[in-house]
Structure formats: structure tokens, C-alpha cells
Design a protein around this ligand. Structure first.
Ligand code: ADE
Length: 412
């Protein structure tokens, strides 16, 4: 094995965290148990680029137990949990540590591709894009994508006729985005801000930029802790939705003057532009919940800064030329994974059940699939939903035959 990780001595701690997550990911465990005897991934090398967390460890464990040879890199230079990486390195090849430079991050992806994986599991599409631009291109027969931003990038490849293999958009599964994007990011982003700042949320003016599933989750959780929440949206329909959900809705320049904590959740560039940052109150907090560090204009902010000082772990105090200070969390990278531990295991069990079943589905079906983006098949989604309910001890009603017929009929 050729792993590169921060410290192998952390493996014991990582195993404890893995076991803790596994205990709270009953649906993924149950679905894995259904598969292991058949070894559906036997002989398959799977290249994985995911945030290296205790929940990812449970997915890697499932892939290994289904027979795959897993090659793992982190999906962000600052998100790796080094203890988990150390534990996983006792079981497979891992190239990931917290605090990678951008060059090191790309080197880790290269190591995954040099292992000649036939299938890829990615979060953000960096591995897919690398596979499209390197020598690995002929070998990969299919892959999956975890996040909205990654699906957007892959759709662009598809539109240009450049997608080289079928990709299952796990992000677009209802059992993923309805829960992971909303409840997972909602809770863990607030968790990251609180761990980083240790400040009170009640009474604060929180500005949520973007009202997709992530923005909805963040706004709801902030309101739940008695913050005064303002939403900034460019989509008129989502803006109405936010308004009717009871939030103040405005534009970024207006929000900039009044907000105290700004949280971006758009997947778009420079939604908090430097011109807005200049207008903010002294001490404003800037946090990004999106996949890439492009949502807050950190580049201009740092290039104009009079000084930058780390005042707490994950909090940089940036002094502007006008003398005001802003506090940037996690360098503008994904707050929930940099300053907290990412989504809780109870939501990741559904996201990663989709990844596991998608990997098995691609293995069986790739030769019949086109170089296109596919959704997760409905029967797999239902299997995941029922397994999740089961893990929660919930038994739901089933429609009667009469109701099933009525649902298909035009008669009253
Ligand atoms: N993305 C967000 N939260 C995550 C987690 N806990 N593990 C892996 N990827 C994530």
C-alpha cells in the first residue's frame, strides 16, 4: 500500500469514530449486509474522491466488503478528518490529509487515477474532470456524483458531447437532496459557525445567500435558534418561496449593510462580492456552505486586506482598507466540513446508500448505458427509503388495492 496521510498513529481514534458513525447508519449497514454474500464489486477498482469523514469510512467499509478495491482521496484540501484517514489507510490506499495545498490535492487525485480505477465515486467532479483530462480516460466505465456543483459541471461536459462514460447523479436522488442538502447542511453549517466562533446566534441578523435546498436548511436552522434571518436570492420564484416561508428577502448590497453573519449556499461565484464586504458592519462573519471556495470573493478580499490574522482556529480576521474587520471562516471553504464534522451520519446513510447501490448498478449495467447523466433508478430509491424507515423503527401504511387503482384512474 502506498497511502499518504497525516499520522498513522491516529488510526485507533479513527476506528472509534468510524464505529460511532456506523452505529447511526443502520440503513446503509442493512443494505450492505444484503449485498456482501454476493460480492457484487469483486475484482473492481473504485476510485473515490469524497470528504474523508467518519461517514465516508462507513461507505468505504461497505465497498470493501462488497469486494471492491478502493482508492481514496479527499474532496477538499481542508475537510479530511486525519484520524479517519489513518484508520482507512490500515484497510486500503488513502491519499488525503487536512491542509493539503492545491498542488497536493491534485497530486492525490492523480494517485487515485494512477491506480487505474474502472469506476469513480466523486463529490464536486474534480476526479471526473481529472479522468477526462488524463491518461485514465480509456479505463473508466462509469461513475457517480455526490453533489449539486459536481452535477452542474458534468452536465456541461454532457452538453458539449465530452462526457466519456455514464454518470449516476446521486445528488439528484430524492433520498439524497431532500435530506442531505437540507437537514445535513442546515445543521452542520450552523454547527461549524458555532464551533468556530462560540458566539450566540439568538438575536443575530443572519443573511443566507441562496434559497435552494441547502439555503432552505440553513435558514430554517438559523431561525430555529432565534436568529433574524434574511434571504438573498436571484431566482424570482425561490425569492417568493423564501418570503412566504416568513423570511425577509432582499438583495446582497442591502443585506450587507445590516447583516452580522453571512452564509453562502448558491454554487455560484462571487455572490458576496467585495463591494458588499466593504459595506458590512465591523466584525461581520463570513461563512460558505457551498462546495467550492468561490462564493465569497475571498481573492479580492485578501488582495485588498490591510492585515489578516488568525484569531481562533478556523477564523481569520481580515482588516479592510476602510478600517473595518470581517471574520472569514475556514478561508471561505465549506464551513460544515472545515469547522465541524460534515453532515451527521443519519443523513449520510441515505446519501451513501445511493452511492453504494449506484456503484453496484453501474457495475451490472454500464455496457448498456450511454455516455449520459442518469438518475438513481426509482426502485433503488424506494429500497433506500424503506431501509431508512426501518432503521428508524417506523412502519408506514401501504395503499390498498382500491387506492392503487383509484390513483391510476380518471374516474372519481
Ligand atoms: N459531505 C457533507 N457531509 C459529509 C460527511 N459527513 N461525509 C462525507 N461527505 C460529506
Amino acid at each position: 500500500m502506498t497511502s499518504k496521510i497525516a499520522d498513522p498513529k491516529l488510526a485507533g481514534e479513527g476506528e472509534k469514530n468510524f464505529l460511532w458513525a456506523k452505529e447511526h447508519m443502520g440503513a446503509l449497514t442493512a443494505l450492505t449486509e444484503k449485498q456482501v454474500r454476493k460480492k457484487p464489486l469483486e475484482g473492481l477498482t473504485v476510485g473515490v474522491c469524497l470528504h474523508v469523514t467518519k461517514e465516508t469510512a462507513v461507505l468505504v467499509d461497505a465497498l470493501l466488503r462488497c469486494g471492491a478495491d478502493v482508492k481514496l482521496a479527499g474532496a477538499n484540501p481542508l475537510s479530511t478528518q486525519d484520524d479517519v484517514a489513518a484508520y482507512l489507510a490500515t484497510r486500503t490506499d488513502v491519499w488525503a490529509w487536512r491542509g493539503e495545498t492545491v498542488q497536493e490535492y491534485n497530486w492525490c487525485l492523480k494517485k487515485v487515477l494512477e491506480s487505474r480505477p474502472e469506476q469513480l465515486i466523486d463529490d464536486g467532479a474534480d476526479l471526473h474532470v481529472a479522468a477526462h483530462t488524463s491518461n485514465a480516460k480509456g479505463i473508466v466505465v462509469g461513475g457517480s456524483e455526490e453533489t449539486t456543483t459536481g452535477v452542474v459541471r458534468l452536465r456541461a461536459l454532457e452538453r458539449e458531447g465530452k462526457l466519456r462514460y455514464p454518470v449516476v447523479a446521486v445528488n439528484n436522488a430524492q433520498t439524497k437532496f431532500l435530506f442531505d442538502n437540507r437537514y445535513g447542511t442546515g445543521q452542520s453549517t450552523i454547527d461549524g459557525i458555532l464551533r468556530a466562533t462560540a458566539l450566540l446566534l439568538a438575536g443575530k441578523r443572519v443573511v443566507v445567500v441562496g434559497y435552494g435546498w441547502v439555503g432552505k436548511g440553513v435558514a430554517k436552522r438559523a431561525r430555529g435558534m432565534d436568529a433574524k434571518v434574511t434571504v438573498v436570492e436571484v431566482d424570482p420564484i425561490k425569492a417568493i418561496e423564501a418570503y412566504l416561508d416568513g423570511f425577509e428577502v432582499t438583495n446582497i448590497m442591502d443585506a450587507a449593510r445590516r447583516g452580522e453573519i453571512f452564509i453562502t449556499a448558491t454554487g455560484q461565484k462571487n455572490v458576496v462580492p467585495y463591494a458588499a464586504i466593504e459595506k458590512m458592519n465591523d466584525g461581520a462573519i463570513l461563512s460558505n456552505a457551498g462546495h467550492f471556495d468561490v462564493e465569497i470573493d475571498v481573492k479580492t478580499l485578501l488582495s485588498k486586506a490591510k492585515s489578516v490574522k488568525e484569531v481562533r482556529p478556523h477564523v481569520d480576521e481580515v482588516t479592510l482598507p476602510n478600517g473595518k474587520r470581517v471574520h472569514l471562516i475556514g478561508k471561505g471553504r465549506i464551513t460544515n466540513l472545515v469547522a465541524a464534522e460534515g453532515h451527521p451520519p443519519e443523513v449520510m446513510q441515505m446519501s451513501f446508500a445511493n452511492q453504494l447501490l449506484a456503484a453496484i448498478y453501474i457495475r451490472k449495467n454500464h455496457s448498456k448505458m450511454e455516455k449520459k447523466i442518469y438518475g438513481v433508478p426509482e426502485e433503488l430509491e424506494r429500497e433506500i427509503a424503506y431501509a431508512t424507515l426501518d432503521s428508524l423503527g417506523i412502519v408506514i401504511s401501504e395503499p390498498t388495492e382500491e387506492q392503487a387503482e383509484y390513483a391510476q384512474s380518471w374516474a372519481i
